[in-house]
Design a protein around this ligand. Structure first.
Ligand code: UDX
Length: 439
């Protein structure tokens, strides 16, 4: 099939590139000329395991191209995926201006039948909004070209996006007619049919928000449980194992830590709350999920402050700046809250991350006393404590003897419960983690 994918952000790029891998002819479109030029040379503007390799293979095979010209890309395409950004507006609702602009261009330039597939995370009813925008432009042209709109939310995790696309738990598709259902069936024929769940469009749109909100809720719930564990001398890691083994609960997304970040959970929780509120519904659980997460992002700073009494003049080594491992994405990353707290309190920071140092510097601006170092042990050198914020593999089994000899005082704050309290004690560290009996 011939496909156009509009928006070469994370979702668009992974979608377009993976669909090309299955033999489709894909044109990925973006308004950003520089980005399109770089992608045409096989260079990806962010880090995602496996992505660059598939792009290069597909470019060589001639199944994939990049363009800034949406009308031309649409000419041959049967389907057009909308995968543009939907950032949060000030009130938390999703900004649909990019979605509207793509829909209008489709309406202005289409010459024959198109299936428009909305993949961006959009509030329930956005497919209707897209349909109206396309129809309005067609009406201006006095054209009556048929088209359908379908919803096909993405559930890709950054760092595992290619695998998630190729081997998903499920694909959710919202359709309102047989023609679009048949096209979507063919598109996903590389998957076992039971993995592709068809439903009406609004339920499909809602599924995405409900799924992300549920996962975010589990994390905030566990962060609250961790706070209680800490006070009462219980270990949240043992509690998690005990809970997760119940098949009704499961283990996933029950890890307490220093808060969730990223481009999805925070934004989607806010947007769901906001579009429910517009319907007169206050989502109290999600309000709490957000508040707990905000508090959690400052939990490590609170522990540091309790340990040292005053942070002025202290030097803190930080490991991990991206919002989670295997990505260079720093959007709403807990490390930024910690660095801002430390800088405001007059502490110095020596930060390390395998992929996200430039991104963090850009996001925070040049803060006084914040150094970015290229080697993880340089972050520890002369520091008063080491804080683990993001659990990249390289931090999981470090040389603790080296850390002890480099630190000015042997103190470790573990924001992701990666190390064993007993082992830390044996190695002679003062060790703080999340919800494991040591406040
Ligand atoms: C998420 C969804 O998982 C994905 O389906 C959706 O399409 C986009 O949003 P992503 O943002 O890439 O994916 O990251 P994810 O792996 O879900 O982690 C989100 C955040 O939660 C990270 O900051 C992570 O550190 C945190 N997290 C995750 C926890 O604190 N505890 C957990 O148990 C799991």
């Amino acid at each position: 099939m011939k496909l156009a994918v509009v928006g070469t952000g994370y979702v668009g790029l992974v979608t377009g590139v993976c669909l090309a891998k299955f033999g489709n002819d894909v044109v990925c479109v973006d308004t950003n000329t520089q980005k399109i030029e770089a992608l045409s040379r096989g260079t990806v503007p962010f880090y995602e395991p496996g992505l660059e390799e598939i792009i290069r293979n597909n470019l060589e095979a001639g199944r994939l191209s990049f363009s800034t010209d949406l009308p031309s890309a649409l000419d041959d395409a049967l389907m057009c995926f909308i995968t543009v950004g939907t950032p949060s507006l000030e009130d938390g609702s999703a900004d649909l201006s990019a979605v509207r602009s793509v829909a209008e261009t489709i309406g202005r330039s289409m010459k024959e039948y198109k299936l428009v597939v909305v993949k961006s995370t959009v509030p329930v009813s956005t497919c209707d909004f897209v349909r109206q925008a396309v129809a309005a432009e067609l009406a201006k042209r006095r054209e009556d070209i048929p088209f359908d709109v379908a919803s096909n939310p993405e559930f890709l995790r950054e760092g595992a996006a290619v695998r998630d696309f190729l081997e998903p738990d499920r694909v959710v598709v919202g359709v309102d007619c047989d023609r679009s259902a048949d096209i979507m069936k063919e598109l996903y024929s590389f998957l076992p049919p039971e993995k592709v769940i068809f439903m009406d469009i609004r339920s499909s749109e809602m599924t995405k928000y409900a799924a992300n909100a549920m996962l975010a809720t589990r994390i905030s719930f566990m962060n609250e449980i961790a706070a209680v564990c800490e006070r009462l001398g219980a270990d949240v890691e043992k509690v998690r194992m005990g809970m997760g083994s119940d098949s009704r609960i499961g283990y996933a997304f029950l890890s307490a830590g220093c808060g969730f970040g990223g481009s999805c959970f925070p934004k989607d929780v806010r947007a769901l709350k906001e579009f429910a509120r517009k319907e007169g519904l206050e989502m109290q659980i999600l309000q709490a999920v957000e508040e707990v997460n905000e508090r959690q992002k400052h939990v490590l700073f609170g522990k540091l402050l309790r340990h040292f009494g005053c942070m002025k003049g202290k030097t803190i080594g930080i490991w991990g700046l991206s919002f989670k491992p295997k990505t260079s994405d720093v959007r709403e990353a807990p490390a930024q809250a910690l660095i801002a707290d430390l800088a405001a309190a007059g502490a110095k920071v020596q930060a390390h991350d395998p992929k996200a140092m430039d991104e963090t510097r850009e996001a925070l601006g040049d803060l006084q006393g914040v150094l970015y170092v290229n080697n993880q042990y340089d972050a520890v050198n002369g520091a008063d404590a080491l804080v683990l914020v993001t659990e990249w593999d390289i931090y999981k089994q470090p040389d603790f003897k080296k850390i002890r000899s480099l630190l000015a005082s042997p103190v470790i704050f573990d924001g992701r419960n990666q190390y064993s309290p007993a082992e830390m004690k044996r190695q002679g560290f003062v060790y703080y983690s999340i919800g494991r009996g040591t406040a």
